[in-house]
Design a protein around this ligand. Structure first.
Ligand code: HEC
Ligand code: HEC
Length: 194
């Protein structure tokens, strides 16, 4: 009995001192697996309306989950879902998805729209959605995102349902306000990115 008692004590001390991450890889994977039904294995969605969430900047994913939780960002599903997780669990999932690559699938796009969309992107969007929408600290990834999801995002923004960042609103709805056709074109441009 004695040796076992010592082992328990040693075990107990070790548990207290063990860094949290010692257990987190499998726990993070397990938690993240509950998102796979909609967002695909490791966060790369099979489409067409579910967004890919892999490879996005951690800050964007964290902020987004917070906004879903508080209701600041409108949603059909994510608000209710985000409330079911603690901040710690969300952080674990965010770490998990951020470090997997954003998978891109070939989507049906209209070449003429892609060409017009590229011009609009260069004139109005690339300052924040850098590298054709692949790179950004605080806006997620647009390059290769599913077209139908981007259409929903833009329509939520333009209807005022989802708050558009002020500086983005200037480029979308300010001087020379984009027509619905121009918005559609820029969405085709982002969806065409491989
Ligand atoms: C039943 C389907 C479903 C499940 C399960 C699901 N999501 Fe979502 N997710 C959505 C939908 C739909 C959206 C678009 C917002 C909305 O309408 O809810 C979304 C949007 C998101 C976004 C925003 C992407 C962007 O580019 O801004 C993130 C981040 C996200 N989900 C994370 C998660 C995480 C983490 C989990 C697992 C806990 C999860 N989702 C589980 C359906 C789902
Ligand atoms: C001043 C910086 C800025 C400019 C310019 C800008 N955006 Fe954004 N964009 C952002 C930020 C920040 C977000 C994230 C908003 C949020 O967290 O809800 C965003 C989000 C988006 C989203 C939503 C992505 C998603 O996952 O739901 C789309 C689509 C988008 N922008 C398209 C555009 C287009 C098209 C243009 C050019 C006409 C543009 N943006 C110009 C900063 C910008």
């Amino acid at each position: 009995m004695k040796p076992m008692g010592i082992a328990v004590i040693i075990g107990g001390c070790f548990m207290i001192q063990a860094p949290v991450w010692a257990e987190s890889p499998s726990q993070a994977a397990m938690l993240s697996n509950t998102c796979a039904g909609c967002h695909g294995t490791n966060g790369s969605s099979a489409g067409p309306s579910m967004p890919t969430i892999a490879g996005m900047p951690e800050t964007y994913l964290l902020e987004t989950m917070k906004k879903f939780k508080s209701g600041e960002r409108p949603s059909s599903i994510m608000g209710r879902l985000a409330k079911a997780y603690s901040d710690e669990e969300i952080k674990m999932m965010v770490d998990f998805f951020a470090k997997h690559p954003f998978g891109r699938e070939k989507q049906e796009v209209d070449a003429a729209k892609v060409a017009i969309g590229k011009q609009i992107h260069n004139q109005r969007c690339k300052k924040c959605h850098m590298d054709e929408g692949r790179d950004s600290e605080d806006s997620g990834i647009l390059a290769g995102q599913w077209k139908q999801y981007l259409q929903i995002s833009m329509s939520d923004f333009r209807s005022g349902k989802r708050k558009m960042p002020e500086k983005m609103a200037e480029k979308v709805d300010g001087e020379g306000k984009l027509t619905p056709e121009e918005v559609e074109a820029v969405i085709h441009f982002y969806s065409s990115q491989q």
